[in-house]
Each structure stands twice: as structure tokens, then as C-alpha cells.
Design a protein around this ligand. Structure first.
Ligand code: MRU
Length: 384
């Protein structure tokens, strides 16, 4: 398992790695209240659907542990927690993990065995810690299921001379986006650990560069053979693949998979799915069941977060000296576009289920039935 940790937690203390400073600087922020968690999530210091949910849940746990809730009765404690959770839910709207975590936490604190203010607080903290603890195990299972499915379903003729596979991923879905191991990147780790990976390609992932700043960092950190491309190079990569670099699959994460399998993920995912279909490349979505939203019927109803224009028109990075050496102690923000230009900046797009070959969860891989439709009944009977 990876030693990279986006989230460090002991009861009463939550530290979150500031991902805006990566890959140049490793700095952990203390996050002790729901306001600090909201700000940390909104500003993208932590991002990735599972990590957002974990930080929000744990931060409120720390706030409660530290006695910030001045409610005097059980009733008031419940409404304090509800109001904090309602507020945290507004931090980023597209990823459903946070909404699912909140629904679970609200159920737990209202269960029959939980009584009194202290009982409610203890139950909340234990449930938030359980969400954090379970996540890495979930990701390891996703990695194994995804690896096995791809080994069985890789298109013919894409294996390298040693029988290994190359894949492409988008955005960051690794240890930095979760409590550890990662989802789509977890599948890549599992392929690599089993000696099945020839090469991993990652996209830069404009405008926020989660691919070049974070995924590239994780791939290098793990010594996984890998290459960075810009988002716009994927078509050229698929069209000109040479024998050793045939791409077997595009493997991405998800912010919300809805009932019919339509999937919201980092903007650019949809274009990759269209390209993959054209080139006969498998398209796999790796998503814990906490990223599945069975209340929403189709992708048309998913709210897509729009972010500020500066994410497209400005960029920050470490200063490069005249000798070409990178000075990681000095970062600068520079403008990359004409100031008068209008900007549209949706953070996510929706890939139609029709373009997805497999949805890999910790409970198994969901593929379309004979009717051409995804059906989550078998893996999520309790929520179906
Ligand atoms: O805007 P971000 O960086 O939070 O977007 C992240 C993604 O789109 C990931 O693919 C998704 O959250 C899954 S992370 C395991």
C-alpha cells in the first residue's frame, strides 16, 4: 500500500495534506471545525469524492470531541449536528459520497441504541471514524476486482510481448483522493503489483492539473512506469499506439454514478469515453458503492459544479531558474490567457452509460445485462 496520506487522523485531531502545494511542498493543515473543513474542501486543498466525505465527516467529529457543541439536550445535539452537516454538504455539489456519508451519519445518531447528548456525540464520532477506516479496504477490493476484470476482458492483441497491459487514467483517484490506495489508480496499482502493467498514461487534467500535479506524483512515488500527456493528446495516443503501447483500457473514477449507470467525473472523462469507444478500448469506471446514487435516474439530473474563471486563466507553479532547475521553495501564480476572454469552467461532465463497459465497485464488477442496461440490484440490494 502507498505511504502517501492525504488525511491523518487520531481522535480529536485531523490533519489534511494541502494538495494545492503539491507536488512541490508537503504541508498538513489542522482541520478542527466544520468551517475549516468547508474551506479546505471548497478551495480544493482536499479533493476527490471519497476524501471530501471523509474530511467533512471527521472534521465535525473533531469539533464535537473538542466540546464545540454547546447544546444541552439530546434534541438540540441532533439539530446542531444536522445543521453542521447541511452546511458541509454545500461545499461541493457533484460528488455524492459526502451526501451518502451524511445520510448514514444522520441514521446512526438517530438509531434506537443511541441516547443522550454524550451518546449521540460518541456514536457520531465512531461512525465518522468507521467511514475513514473502511475506505482503504474498499479501495483495495476495487483494485483487485478491476485488475481481474481487465485481465479477462482486455481487447485482443493489446498485450505487450510479456503479456502486460497499458492503460490511461484521468484526474487523480489515488491515495490523495481517498484514505489510501485509490480507486481507478488502485486498479493500476493492483495491475502493477501483480506484474500485469506495461505502462500507465495519465492526462494533465486541465484546468486544475490533478493529473500532472497529483497522479504523476503518485505514479513516480510508486515507481510505476508512466507517461504524462495533455488531455488533448489522448486521441493521438489511441490512434498511433504502437505494439508495445497499445492501450487496453481507460480507467477513471467517479463523483456520482446514477441509477442507469450515467457517470459524472472530472471534466474530460466524456471525451475520453467517446475516443475509447471509437478505438475499441475498454472504458472502466472505478467507484465505491458510496459514489452510487440510486435516487437519481439519469445523468441529465446531475448538478455539475461550475468553478471560477481564474482556474482557466491563471496557473501557479514552482519557479524554474535560468539553468532549468526547479526551485520548489518559490511558487508563483501567472496569467495564461487574455484577461478579457469569457470563461466556462464546469468541473465535471457526464459520461453516458452506453459508453461505459464496466463499473468496478468493492462488491464486484457491474456490467450491462442483455438489455444493454446497468443494474445495481445485486451489489446494492439494501438500497435498490
Ligand atoms: O475536482 P476533483 O479533483 O475533486 O475531481 C475528482 C474526480 O473527478 C475524481 O475522479 C473522483 O472524485 C473520484 S476520486 C476517487
Amino acid at each position: 500500500m502507498s505511504g502517501l496520506q492525504a488525511i491523518r487522523y487520531t481522535r480529536g485531531k485531523l490533519e489534511v495534506l494541502d494538495q494545492l502545494r503539491l507536488p512541490h511542498e508537503h504541508h498538513y493543515d489542522l482541520v478542527s471545525t466544520s468551517e475549516e473543513a468547508f474551506d479546505c474542501i471548497k478551495s480544493m486543498r482536499v479533493r476527490g469524492a471519497p476524501a471530501i466525505a471523509i474530511v467533512a465527516a471527521l472534521a465535525l467529529g473533531v469539533e464535537l470531541y473538542n466540546g464545540n457543541c454547546t447544546a444541552s439536550s439530546a434534541e438540540e445535539t441532533l439539530s446542531y449536528i444536522d445543521s453542521r452537516l447541511d452546511y458541509l454538504k454545500l461545499s461541493r455539489p457533484t460528488a455524492v459520497d459526502l451526501g451518502n456519508a451524511i445520510a448514514h451519519l444522520e441514521d446512526v445518531i438517530r438509531s434506537d441504541q443511541v441516547t443522550g447528548k454524550d451518546g449521540i456525540i460518541e456514536a457520531y464520532i465512531a461512525a465518522a471514524e468507521e467511514i475513514f477506516r473502511k475506505d482503504t479496504k474498499t479501495n483495495i477490493s476495487i483494485g483487485e476486482h478491476g485488475r481481474d476484470w481487465l485481465l479477462d476482458h482486455a481487447p485482443a492483441g493489446v498485450q505487450s510481448a510479456e503479456g502486460k497491459l497499458s492503460v490511461l487514467t484521468h484526474c487523480n483517484t489515488g491515495s490523495l483522493a481517498t484514505s489510501g490506495h485509490g480507486t481507478a489508480l488502485g486498479i493500476i496499482r493492483s495491475l502493477h503489483a501483480g506484474g500485469h502493467l506495461h505502462h500507465a498514461f495519465c492526462t494533465e487534467t486541465r484546468p486544475y492539473n490533478q493529473g500532472s500535479r497529483l497522479t504523476a506524483f503518485e505514479l513516480v512515488y510508486e515507481n510505476i512506469p508512466s507517461t504524462l500527456i495533455t488531455d488533448s493528446m489522448a486521441g493521438a495516443l489511441f490512434a498511433t499506439r504502437k505494439s508495445a503501447d497499445h492501450i487496453a483500457a481507460v480507467i477513471v473514477g467517479a463523483d456520482r454514478v446514477v441509477r442507469n449507470g450515467d457517470t459524472a467525473n472530472k471534466v474530460g472523462t466524456y471525451a475520453l469515453a467517446v475516443l475509447a469507444r471509437h478505438h475499441g478500448i475498454r472504458f472502466m469506471v472505478a467507484a465505491p458503492t458510496t459514489s452510487i446514487d440510486l435516487q437519481t435516474e439519469t445523468g441529465a439530473s446531475i448538478k455539475i459544479e461550475e468553478r471560477k474563471a481564474e482556474e482557466l486563466t491563471q496557473i501557479s507553479g514552482a519557479v524554474v531558474g535560468p539553468d532549468g532547475a526547479v526551485d520548489v521553495s518559490r511558487t508563483e501564480r501567472v496569467a495564461t490567457a487574455h484577461q478579457g476572454i469569457g470563461v466556462w469552467n464546469p468541473a465535471f461532465d457526464v459520461t453516458p452509460a452506453a459508453l461505459i463497459d464496466a463499473i468496478v465497485t468493492e462488491r464486484g464488477v457491474v456490467v450491462k445485462g442483455q438489455d444493454g442496461l446497468f443494474d445495481f440490484k445485486d451489489i446494492m440490494p439494501e438500497r435498490w
